[in-house]
Design a binder for this molecule. Sequence first.
Ligand code: PXG
Length: 291
Amino acid sequence: MKIYLDGKYVSEDEAKTSVFDHGLLYGDGVFEGIRLYGGRIFRLEQHLDRLLNSAKAIMLTVPLTKEQLVEACCETCRQNKLKDGYIRLVVTRGVGSLGLNPFRCKNPTVFIIADTIDLYPDEVYRKGLKLVTASTQRTSPAAVSPSIKSLNYLNNILAKIEAVNAGADEAIMLNSQGHVAECTGDNIFVVRRGKLETPPVSAGALIGVTRQVVIELAVKRDMDVSEANLTRCDVWTADEVFLTGTAAEIAPVVNVDGRIIGSGHPGPLTLKLTEDFRKLTRTDGVSIGAK
Ligand code: PXG
């Protein structure tokens, strides 16, 4: 496998960074997880915009322009002869000293991994996921904005541990008000009386690229879709629930905290949107221009 590291394409063995990199020492950096479908990178522009905004918010200067990032992502896929897979683009603060001050790090580290992706097994999409509500609250927007997709995922990891301990697939994270924010690496949607609802950014949700795509697809189908503060009870009593994320795509949910959702099977709107999503990923995206 060839990995992009600071302007070079190196082997996995050579793809190493210093123990003094603040990405490792403090989780000081930003990242994106992006999908490649049939030789086209899905919503690359939106992912790069989010990365550049996350970097700006933490005063990290990405040493590549957006155009250079596009080219580096495409070339990493070409180098690996990859047509379908997952791109992990990471920018860390770079090598510094044993102290928090990020401005002592002179050169950010940039790396891009393009690899195949371990999908949830097909069964998950047919049968649906089981969720629990985590007791770990989502980091408050007053502490770290959920719009910043940083390398610091401990908050989400603590919630994921709760899911695994409970024998569930994912965990719902609430904010300090008790409203639903999102899951540990996915956004959440509920369907109530034929209407789609998803928590707003102010509730602690990341502005997911897949979330945005689903909103667009719903609007195209004339479905009613809005942002709303949701309680756990709203989720338990919803007709349908599904998660969205680059890795999970659209994943139906059939059980939350032991409550069966709707019919206990993936719901009709979830299935329609999944069909539309699959169609879109087959045609949309930036071609890597494989040689
Ligand atoms: N919320 C959080 C907290 C996320 O990290 C999403 C929602 C979904 O956003 P997108 O833009 O992907 O629709 C994410 C992003 C992985 C992985 O390895 C994925 C994410 C985060 C960390 C790891 O699949 N998802």
